[in-house]
Design a protein around this ligand. Structure first.
Ligand code: GUN
Length: 301
């Protein structure tokens, strides 16, 4: 293996440390305490784990943190009322409604009901538009692509990606499209590939920065990777692992890590790469919202 392994856990720890220090400073100088509300509807076990860890991390950062657990049969109207109450609550700077929502609730309607200045996920059309027009300092940027960007900048040692080719595999609203906008804002030349793209291996092999966000285990093969490329694997897929024993499973990314690491210059592992950055950037976004209220510059990461 020749690639530098990008340690997402370590970078996430550093981001959270910066958030903690800046939060303490903000509270000292302005009295403003960043506040985050997380709303979960139903009892999906994976979502409950995520929500608990978000609440814990927010408290660790020194934030005011509230979690609202609503029953599976909550009506769309009641959820919208909860969002409106949080929109009007001055203690709350950021609102996160955990997805997926139960099938009888229109997710988009709920997301668009969140005040754009509290939309910590960056899913509201206003934030999508700000990111797309380059008004990034005023936007909330979705946490996973924001975290991926921090890893890319640290791995390459620069925020200026001029002259570099980036290929993003996957065109989701949550990762692929915002990743495209962030890389473009960093001056990379960006191509977004997806399930209808022809000659994906050849295209991927042109990438100095290759971002995989398709949700298909180990789809990106080692020989698709340009020598020296920075490979960011956003995928988290659970697959059977008979080699670990009967009925055992393991987590893998969208990239065939063992093979790709022979060619890449730097690569994120799964787990321990992009994953830990998502929650760290949620904390960073919450602090940024409070800083906006205070008219204070938020930290850079
Ligand atoms: N469920 C899984 N990931 C996310 C996320 O980034 N934001 C929200 N709101 N829900 C999620």
């Amino acid at each position: 293996m020749s690639a530098e392994v990008i340690d997402g856990r370590q970078v996430a720890t550093e981001v959270v440390e910066t958030v903690k220090e800046a939060t303490a400073n903000l509270i000292d100088t302005t009295g403003i305490v960043p506040g985050i509300a997380v709303v979960i509807v139903g009892e999906d076990p994976a979502s409950q784990v995520y929500v608990r860890s978000k609440g814990k991390k927010a408290t660790e950062c020194g934030f005011h943190s509230e979690t609202f657990t609503m029953p599976e049969d909550t009506s769309e109207a009641d959820l919208l009322k909860q969002v409106e109450a949080l929109n009007a609550d001055p203690k709350i700077h950021c609102i996160l409604v955990q997805l997926p929502l139960p099938g009888h609730i229109d997710e988009d309607k709920v997301i668009q009901a969140i005040a754009p200045e509290k939309d910590v996920d960056g899913f509201h059309y206003i934030n999508v538009g700000k990111l797309g027009t380059g008004a990034i300092a005023e936007a909330f940027v979705p946490c996973t692509p924001a975290g991926s960007m921090v890893l890319i900048e640290r791995a390459l040692g620069t925020r200026d990606l001029s002259g570099l080719n980036a290929v993003v595999v996957g065109r989701s609203n949550i990762v692929g499209k915002p990743m495209f906008n962030l890389l473009l804002a960093g001056n990379a030349t960006v191509t977004v590939a997806h399930s209808r793209t022809k000659n994906l291996p050849e295209l991927a092999a042109t990438a100095d920065i290759l971002v995989a966000a398709v949700g298909r285990p180990e789809m990106i093969k080692g020989d698709w990777v340009k020598p020296g490329a920075c490979v960011i694997d956003v995928g988290i897929n659970r697959i059977d692992a008979p080699e670990k024993g009967e009925g055992k499973t393991k987590l893998v990314g969208d990239v065939d890590y063992q093979e790709a690491a022979k060619t890449a210059g730097s690569i994120t592992p799964v787990p321990g790469g992009v994953g830990p950055m998502t929650i760290a950037m949620l904390m960073a976004n919450t602090l940024a919202a409070a800083c906006r209220e205070a008219g204070v510059e938020p930290p850079h990461y």
